[in-house]
Design a binder for this molecule. Structure first.
Ligand SMILES: NC(=O)c1ccc[n+]([C@@H]2O[C@H](COP(=O)([O-])OP(=O)(O)OC[C@H]3O[C@@H](n4cnc5c(N)ncnc54)[C@H](O)[C@@H]3O)[C@@H](O)[C@H]2O)c1
Length: 233
C-alpha cells in the first residue's frame, strides 16, 4: 500500500515506523497543505496534523478521490461537510477520535454502563481526561466520544461542558500533565459511593497501529466510516 502522511509530528513519525515495518511504502511526509503534486499519488492518506489545518487537508485529498483516515481532533464542527465531500467524490473517509483497540473497547463498555445506570438517577456522571501539555484542544476527541456515548443512553444530559455542572450538561474535566499519552475516566457518583471505569494508554503506539489498520481496511471502500466499522463489523 502507498501511504501519504499528512502531518508529520509525534503521531506521523510513529505511523511511519509502524507502516514501514508492515511493508507499506510511505510516498509523502507532509507538514503543509496536501496537493496533487506533493501527495505523490498514494492509495490512502493518513492525516494527523492540527485542528486549524485538518478541514482543508482532508477536503483536498477527498477531491482528488484519495481515501482519508483522519485522527486530528478539534475540528469536528466541519465533519458533516467533509462527509458530504467524500460522498460527492465517491471515495471514503474515516474519522477516529481514538484509534487504539483498547479505547474502542472502552467506548463500547462506556455505552453498556450508561444503559445499566439509566434507571438510577441518584448517580451523576462526570468525565475526566488527562493528556500531555502539548495537546492543542480540550476536551480530547475521545472524551467527546465518551460524552456522546453516555448522552445516547441517558436523557438527563443533552450536551457536554468543560467543567463541573449541575444541570443538563455533562461535565468534562481536562487536565494537562507532563507527557501523559492519554487517560480517560468515567465516574458515576452518588452520596453513598462511586463507580469508575478508566482507560490508560501507555504510549502513542496503540493509536498509530490502529490508524495503519484503518488505512489497510479503507482501501476500495466508499462512504464514511468509524473505527467501530473496522474493529467490530
Ligand atoms: N485519534 C487518535 O487516536 C489520536 C492520537 C493522538 C493524537 N491525536 C491527534 O492528532 C493530531 C496530531 O497529534 P501529534 O501529537 O502528532 O501533534 P504534533 O503537534 O506532534 O504534530 C502535528 C504536525 O502537523 C504539522 N502541520 C502543521 N500545519 C500543517 C498543515 N497545514 N498540513 C499538514 N501538517 C501540518 C506540524 O508541522 C506538526 O508536525 C492532534 O490533533 C492530536 O490531538 C489523535
Amino acid at each position: 500500500m502507498k501511504i501519504a502522511l499528512v502531518g508529520y509530528g509525534k503521531m506521523g513519525k510513529i505511523i511511519d515506523e509502524i507502516a514501514s515495518s508492515k511493508g507499506h511504502e510511505i510516498v509523502a511526509r507532509l507538514s503543509e497543505t496536501p496537493t496533487a503534486e506533493n501527495l505523490n499519488n498514494p492509495d490512502v492518506v493518513i492525516e494527523f496534523s492540527q485542528p486549524e489545518a485538518a478541514f482543508i487537508n482532508i477536503k483536498n485529498c477527498l477531491e482528488l478521490q484519495i481515501p482519508v483516515v483522519c485522527g486530528t481532533t478539534g475540528w469536528l464542527a466541519r465533519k458533516a461537510e467533509v462527509e458530504s465531500i467524500a460522498e460527492a467524490n465517491t471515495t471514503a473517509f474515516l474519522y477516529g477520535s481514538n484509534f487504539s483497540l483498547g479505547v474502542n473497547l472502552f467506548f463500547a463498555l462506556n455505552e453498556k454502563l450508561a444503559k445499566l445506570m439509566r434507571p438510577f438517577d441518584e448517580y451523576k456522571v462526570q468525565l475526566k481526561e488527562i493528556h500531555h501539555t502539548h495537546k492543542k484542544d480540550a476536551p480530547s476527541g475521545s472524551a467527546i466520544s465518551l460524552a456522546e456515548g453516555i448522552m445516547a443512553h441517558d436523557a438527563r444530559y443533552n450536551a457536554w461542558k468543560l467543567e463541573e455542572t449541575k444541570g443538563a450538561e455533562l461535565g468534562i474535566f481536562a487536565i494537562r500533565e507532563d507527557e501523559v499519552p492519554g487517560t480517560h475516566k468515567v465516574y458515576y457518583r452518588s452520596d453513598l459511593d462511586e463507580i469508575e471505569i478508566s482507560h490508560t494508554a501507555f504510549s502513542r503506539n496503540g493509536f498509530a497501529q490502529g490508524a495503519v489498520i484503518a488505512a489497510e481496511w479503507i482501501i476500495g471502500k466508499k462512504g464514511n466510516f468509524t473505527m467501530k466499522d473496522v474493529l467490530f463489523s
